[in-house]
Design a protein around this ligand. Structure first.
Ligand code: ADP
Ligand code: MG
Length: 274
């Protein structure tokens, strides 16, 4: 449903941010995008709904070219982006008002707006904050409001750009769980993070460096690639441990690397033969 062909983008000051990107995203896919700071992840995200347009190449969203101004409204109904700092996006005095803003701009009838706002509040567990000012919420709750705001637009594809980086671990986990639920419901997900621990559930991972795609593949292949360290990234610790044990002839299967407890059980099984 999304295709980038030979996409290059330089910022007005001449900084090259994307260099000849070619990739496709299928409907219902869960793509993880990673890379160190400055590798071009956010610039890539901004190209997915026409907030930025490529200087070379093209970005097609379900057959619509983001370079075609007449298609932008249609494209933004299909792709919604949630950013790192939700507070900069709040427009309403209350959470409810904030959530109604998007569908109002789509000129939907009030009854449909109400239905979408109710559904988004329920899906993100924000019902009790309906009449609060979004500015008075915690970071994690604010991030849920930003997510709910995108959900009211009912996009097929959701792009998350470093949404957990400002959150404490518990709030981060809650947001990541919402993302997984949306994927299970059939949404197409593009999840951007420099934290590789968050990418084990993705169908496919793309690693960027200096505006290029440098590694692409399944989580079990990409996350166990020890050259990630040379790209300024830290592999998930259990996966790196399994990889280093493998070099010593001890094989811990991939499924056992998802939690410390399953990893420990496997090690005990191997060595204590219990
Ligand atoms: P990431 O999200 O992976 O940290 P970005 O896409 O934000 O990377 O940035 C890619 C490159 O573009 C970096 O070199 C960054 O400094 C540069 N860049 C980002 N935004 C701007 C901007 N508004 N003006 C000039 N250069 C920018
Ligand atoms: Mg970024």
């Amino acid at each position: 449903m999304i295709r980038l062909e030979n996409v290059s983008y330089n910022y007005p000051d001449g900084t090259p941010a994307l260099r000849n990107i070619n990739m496709g995203i299928k409907k219902g896919e869960y793509i993880g995008i990673t890379g160190k700071n400055g590798s071009g992840k956010s610039t890539f995200a901004l190209h997915l709904n026409g907030l930025l347009r490529p200087q070379k190449g093209k970005v097609m969203i379900r057959g619509m070219d983001t370079g075609d101004f007449s298609k932008l409204q249609g494209i933004r109904k299909i792709v919604g982006i949630v950013f790192q700092n939700p507070e900069t996006q709040f427009v309403g005095r209350t959470v409810e008002e904030d959530l109604a803003f998007g569908p109002e701009n789509l000129c939907l009838p009030p009854i449909e707006i109400r239905k979408r706002v109710d559904r988004a509040l329920a899906e993100t567990g924000l019902g009790k904050y309906r009449y609060r000012s979004p500015k008075t919420l915690s970071g994690g709750q604010g991030q849920c409001v930003a997510l709910a705001g995108i959900l009211t637009m009912e996009p097929e594809c959701l792009v998350f750009d470093e949404v957990t980086s400002m959150l404490d671990p518990d709030s981060g986990k809650a947001v990541l769980e919402s993302v997984k639920r949306l994927h299970e419901k059939g949404k197409t997900i593009v999840y951007i993070t420099h934290n590789l621990e968050e990418l084990q559930a993705a169908d496919r991972i793309i690693v960027m460096d200096k505006g290029r795609i440098v590694i692409e593949g399944k989580p079990e292949d990409v996350l166990s690639d020890l050259s990630l360290r040379d790209l300024g990234l830290t592999p998930p610790s259990l996966i790196e441990l399994a990889e280093r044990l493998k070099n010593h002839g001890v094989a811990v299967p991939w499924e056992k690397t998802s939690s410390p407890s399953s990893f420990a059980e496997e090690i005990c099984r191997l060595f204590l033969k219990t």
